[in-house]
Design a protein. Structure first.
Length: 105
């Protein structure tokens, strides 16, 4: 019984470590690729963001978007936002989308 409990605890801790690594990766990718326009915290309050009137990712309207909708925008672009399908891998795009989803929380 102790062995199962220890194995379960190890699994939970290992998965928590992966989530933290993915969150850090998403933040890093966001900062280096998206932050110039969307701001470091996703509020769109950067010089370029103000000029282009980019959305605040923390706002209710942005947070209501599905992960699929956000992923499609990051992948193929929208309006003046460029596509990132040739710059980021699918995994990196997923990490950025996950990070953006957490900005409103």
């Amino acid at each position: 019984m102790k062995v199962r409990l220890m194995a379960a605890l190890f699994l939970v801790l290992a998965l928590a470590g992966f989530a933290t690594a993915d969150d850090a990766a998403g933040k890093s990718i966001f900062t280096s690729n998206c932050g110039i326009c969307h701001g470091p915290n996703g509020d769109g309050n950067s010089p370029i963001g103000k000029t282009l009137n980019v959305p605040d990712f923390r706002a209710t309207q942005a947070q209501k978007m599905t992960e699929a909708e956000v992923k499609a925008i990051v992948t193929t672009g929208k309006n003046k936002m460029p596509a990132f399908k040739d710059r980021l891998t699918d995994t990196q795009i997923d990490q950025v989308v996950d990070y953006v989803r957490h900005l409103g929380k």
